[in-house]
Write a protein that binds this ligand. Structure first.
Ligand SMILES: Cc1ncc(C[n+]2csc(CCOP(=O)(O)OP(=O)(O)O)c2C)c(N)n1
Ligand SMILES: [Mg+2]
Length: 576
């Protein structure tokens, strides 16, 4: 058999050192990257020219913020590291909100920015911005490559830092001349991170002590945060809850880590959490927090938070331990490993009276709204959507009342099913997040439950969905207000509704104008059929639901109050 000998040109090509741009592409491919989000500009042109030749699915958003949210949601939906590229100056500056969003929610991203030539840095060159300085506080790590020799290593380190320990966004700033320079990367690329050693296993003695505390507890609550999902530890969480017989509450970020259809689920805790979750936390004798950082929206007043509880805190990031809530038994480690080890040591206990008390709270204070109202209630839309979709559906959200109603009235049963900006609370996240999620999971039904004003912030990205033929669904719960702000103004600013609404466009007409389907709903009877039609569409579809303008999210723990001091509960009297 004859073997083909390489052409002289190809042989020569192999011996010529590679350009920086090609080194970047090779490093991405070496990390299994097959999807990249990016927006062009002078300082990334050499890189984009090489990327075009690579086996990479490339998505150009309308705006770099949108692209960063897409890469973020791609990571949340897939469990992989998202990649976003932007040009220097304005491109890099447009990433800040996206980076901070990913940082707060611990999402692994590698973000590459172009920079002006090394000899121009510091001269206020055209489109020069101090990108590493601007982004340092909103990234896990941010660095500039000043020598092509360091390029491959820096990218390999970025992937390692972004995806290990407590994940987060890592930014690499690359001056354009480095992309042109040639260099031969010899042998395998070594990581040089002597100070970076995330703990994985958790201390065996602390794990044994935690198991002992669980076995003795009469009234435990297991509290799952987003870290459980990030660590792919939902199975281990469920196993611990099953074996030890523990009720499970979740933070917004933790929703989906435990199946809400299970009777042991206490659903969401916090400012707009389920009353029974909040009462259980306030009354428990043991709180086992996993991958949760005790955000103020979760705890309410710290002085009165879980006053009777011993606290076990499992977290990969030691700086989270005893930051807000003092941990009696701290365990620094990976949630998956620690939960599995803990489960080995726990015993089943009946706890009949504790579960009876929880059942009583559940029956007296279920999530409620006026189901008989003839008007279009936002909660009704979410219940109808939930009835018509299954656990393969992914929900993304904007930020505001609609986000909280989604958390309260959709039943999440699978990790990575809810994609929402929890920590930063970024309006405008929902639509680009739906695009990123749909790219990660082409076969899933992806629904963005959005607010009118959140949608307004990034609505131009609908164009991206149309261009890439992504059949995302957008349900706008259009109350004509920045509803959550209006709610605060109603409750705390004597109903002075100032600066909390804008004139909205006709969303269905806008959708049709960019080539998506658009539907308007203004009666209760239209809700079900509109959802059905939306789910049948094989192109992007926007449904503009005109909902009750002054509906409030209840219950609500007013700022500064304890979790048990919820307002808006019908059966609050004597509930505790
Ligand atoms: C980028 C950004 N700017 C401002 C805010 C403050 N904020 C929080 S909720 C909200 C109103 C959201 O309105 P809408 O998207 O219509 O949702 P609704 O509350 O009406 O459901 C505002 C302005 C924010 N979270 N994010
Ligand atoms: Mg609104």
């Amino acid at each position: 058999m004859q073997t083909k000998s390489p052409s002289p040109a190809a042989a020569a090509e192999r011996t010529i050192p590679k350009t920086g741009a090609q080194i970047i592409v090779d490093a991405l491919l070496a990390h299994g990257v097959d999807t990249v989000f990016g927006y062009t500009g002078a300082s990334v042109l050499p890189l984009f020219d090489r990327l075009y030749e690579a086996p990479i699915h490339f998505i150009v958003p309308v705006h770099e913020q949108g692209g960063c949210h897409m890469a973020d949601a791609y990571a949340r939906a897939s469990g992989k590291t998202g990649v976003m590229i932007a040009t220097s100056g304005p491109g890099a500056c447009n990433l800040v909100t996206g980076l901070a969003t990913a940082m707060m929610d611990s999402i692994p991203l590698v973000v590459i920015t172009g920079q002006v030539r090394t000899d121009l840095i510091g001269q206020d060159a055209f489109q020069e911005a101090p990108t590493t300085g601007i982004t340092r506080a909103v990234t896990k790590h941010s660095s500039i490559v000043m020598n092509v020799k360091d390029l491959a290593g820096t990218i390999y380190e970025a992937f390692h830092i972004a995806s290990t320990g407590r994940p987060g966004p890592v930014l690499i700033d690359i001056p354009v001349d480095i992309e042109f320079q040639r260099y031969t990367v010899n042998g395998s690329v070594r990581l040089n991170l002597p100070g970076y050693k995330p703990h994985r296993n958790g201390h065996a003695g602390q794990i044994a002590e935690a198991a002992d505390a669980i076995n003795r507890s009469e009234r435990p609550v297991l509290l799952a945060g987003g870290g459980v999902i990030t660590a792919n530890a939902s199975q281990e969480l469920r196993e611990l809850a099953r074996k030890a017989n523990l009720p499970v509450a979740m933070t917004l970020m933790g929703l989906g880590s435990f199946d809400q259809r299970q009777p042991q689920s206490l659903d969401m805790v916090g400012m707009h959490g389920a009353a029974y979750a909040n009462f259980a936390v306030q009354d428990c004798d043991l709180l086992i927090a996993v991958g949760a950082r005790f955000d103020d929206r979760v705890t309410g007043s710290l002085a009165t938070f879980a006053p009777k509880a011993k606290v076990i805190h499992i977290d990969i990031d030691p700086s989270n331990i005893s930051k807000c809530v003092e941990a009696d038994i701290p365990i620094v480690g990976d949630a998956k490993t620690v939960l599995a080890a803990l489960t080995e040591h726990v015993e089943h206990r009946e706890r009949a009276s504790w579960f009876a008390r929880i059942a009583d709270w559940k029956s007296r204070c279920p999530p409620s709204y006026d189901r008989e109202a003839p008007t279009v209630k936002p909660q009704y839309i979410i219940e109808e959507l939930c009835r018509r979709t299954n656990e393969e559906t992914i929900i993304t959200t904007g930020v505001g009342q609609h986000q909280m109603w989604s958390a309260q009235f959709y039943r999440f049963s699978r990790p990575r099913q809810l994609i929402s900006s929890g920590g930063l609370g970024t309006m405008g996240f929902g639509l680009p997040a739906a695009i990123g999620a749909q790219i990660a999971r082409p076969d899933a039904t992806v629904v963005d439950i959005d607010g009118d004003h959140s949608f307004n912030m990034t609505m131009a990205e609908l164009n991206t969905a149309v261009q890439h033929e992504l059949p995302i669904k957008v349900c706008i719960l259009n109350n004509g207000y920045m509803g959550m702000v209006r709610q605060w103004q109603e409750l705390f600013y004597s109903k002075r509704y100032v600066y909390s609404h804008l004139q909205n466009p006709n969303y269905a007409a806008f959708a049709r104008a960019v080539g998506a389907a658009g539907i308007t709903v203004d009666s209760k009877a239209q809700v079900g059929p509109a959802i059905e039609q939306m789910l049948r569409e094989d192109r992007p579809c926007v449904v503009d639901f005109h909902v009750d303008a002054e509906e409030n999210v209840v219950p609500m723990v007013p700022p500064g109050k304890g979790l048990h001091e919820m307002e808006g509960l019908r059966a609050l009297q004597n509930a505790m």
